[in-house]
Design a binder for this molecule. Structure first.
Ligand code: GLY
Length: 301
């Protein structure tokens, strides 16, 4: 049994390691009884629920101030599902899984994805934490100018809260006891995104891929990850080389094409790999022989 989770490629400090560890622990517990796909979904739900991360609660708003989220899942038997530009749900990863398990389709978008989620009984939810952060920034500016000194007493704590905020797609890959593999990725998109913009995360073969040789989740510059189909390439390379080598080959290609990206992978033997081109990739992992999950920052650039 193995699980790896990531908190999104970043250019600044990452302060949500506690959540990465909790996500790994949750996957570990769930996979004692269930499959890799259950581990991946439960881990990503924890990441989506942390407002410091750009997925689910905490997603970036688009240029109209609305939150449009995207997510996908895939298993080693090529079953897969995704949602793009979905609004008003708490856990897009669970809706993506429902697309995989309850429809004949792979990807539902926009209004269709919203309708599907509500028909299945997903509760309406407002994931608007980014706007909360913007309000906090404005309040800090105003408090700095305030003549009444009591406001200044709160400033340091408020600034600390802002420093904890980190924006990045989230993802997980896992292998269970029976040898099944699964990958999942979830995002709020990118800053300044146009309404309707879709990145790599919900697209099979781009942000997420799994096949009999391995499972992959990507983060970073969605448009370039789509252009070069990175997750599929890395997944298929695992037929011939181990997980870390396949990731290294992906990162080499990313360097050559100047793609800002990060990746986590697990192969059918349970070997794991990770890497990043430009920026830092926060991740946590747990393998059966380890007492507790470990977390780290990786930087291959
Ligand atoms: N990698 C996330 C996005 O581009 O939307």
């Amino acid at each position: 049994m193995v699980v790896v989770v990531h908190g999104g490629l970043s250019e600044k400090d990452f302060l949500a390691f506690d959540t990465l560890i909790r996500a790994c622990e949750m996957a570990r517990e769930v996979m004692r009884e269930k499959e890799a796909i259950d581990g991946v979904e439960s881990a990503i739900k924890i990441l989506e629920d942390d407002p410091r991360l750009n997925a689910g609660t905490g997603s970036f708003p688009n240029l109209l101030g609305e939150i449009e989220m995207s997510a996908s899942v895939m298993k080693n038997d090529y079953s897969c599902g995704g949602v793009a530009a979905i609004k008003n749900v708490k856990n897009p990863i669970s809706v993506a899984r429902a697309v995989m398990e309850k429809t004949r389709h792979i990807l539902l978008v926009g209004e269709g994805a919203n309708l599907f989620a509500s028909l299945l009984g997903f509760e309406p939810y407002n994931p608007v934490a980014e706007l909360t952060i913007e309000t906090l920034k404005e309040s800090i500016c105003e408090a700095e100018k305030e003549k009444n000194p009591i406001y200044h007493c709160y400033l340091e704590k408020a600034r600390e809260k802002l420093r904890e905020t980190h924006w990045g797609t989230v993802g997980a890959v896992a292998k269970d006891e029976k040898g099944s593999l699964a990958a999942g990725t979830s995002t709020g998109g990118v800053k300044m995104q146009l309404p309707g913009r879709v990145g790599d995360s919900p697209l099979i073969g781009c942000g997420t891929f799994a096949c009999p040789f391995g499972a992959v989740s990507m983060t970073g510059e969605g448009e370039e990850i789509i252009r070069w189909g990175l997750a599929r390439r890395i997944g298929e390379w695992m037929e011939k080389v181990d997980a870390q080598k396949a990731v290294n080959m992906g990162i080499e290609l990313a360097r050559e094409k100047k793609i800002f990206c990060g990746v986590i992978a697990v192969n059918s033997q349970g070997e794991i790999g990770w890497g990043a081109n430009g920026g830092i990739l926060p991740l946590a992992y747990w393998k059966k022989e380890m007492e507790e999950p470990l977390c780290m920052l990786t930087n291959n650039s």
